[in-house]
Design a protein around this ligand. Structure first.
Ligand code: SF4
Length: 153
């Protein structure tokens, strides 16, 4: 069983009310058991919602209290992101999940990259950081095709 960022499976949970379906992932849904999760919705944020950014560092810094997450209206939404990350961990623990496929560049789900000030920078989102700290294997959505082709996920 694998948790997957829900927007990759076609759920319209993104900040703009849209999804980012990954066709390779969708075509393999019937062969693996995927559990869709959207940390931002699980944390209590509405859809659609204002886009948010980690203002310094990355998700690991947010988890350690060294950074915050601010949305486009200047609202501090850090607590929603932390709650969502912890709710995802509850699912992981309940279902004994050891692998996650997460949407790159998101302040929640980004694995290797996040967005800040219209730039792509290295770093993890909050939920992917918590999953990584909890020894869950976190795979970037940008690597899905490689992993699906080799069966190595
Ligand atoms: S929080 Fe994750 S699952 Fe939800 S819309 Fe953003 S990238 Fe997709």
């Amino acid at each position: 069983m694998i948790i997957v960022s829900a927007c990759l499976l076609g759920f319209k949970c993104r900040y703009d009310g849209e999804s980012r379906p990954d066709e390779d992932l969708l075509s393999s849904v019937s062969k693996k058991l995927f559990v869709p999760v959207c940390p931002e919705q699980l944390g209590g944020l509405p859809t659609p919602r204002a886009p948010s950014e980690i203002i310094a560092g990355d998700g690991f810094d947010v988890l350690d209290g060294r950074s915050r997450i601010i949305d486009a209206t200047d609202r501090d939404v850090t607590d929603f992101f932390l709650r969502g990350a912890n709710e995802v961990m509850r699912i992981v623990e309940l279902l004994e999940i050891s692998t996650a496929i997460m949407k790159e560049k998101s302040p929640s789900c980004g694995v290797c990259h996040i967005k800040r000030n219209d730039s792509i920078i290295r770093g993890s989102g909050v939920t992917s950081a918590l999953l990584t700290k909890s020894s869950v294997r976190v795979i970037s959505s940008d690597r899905i095709t490689d992993k699906l082709e080799t069966g190595n996920y």
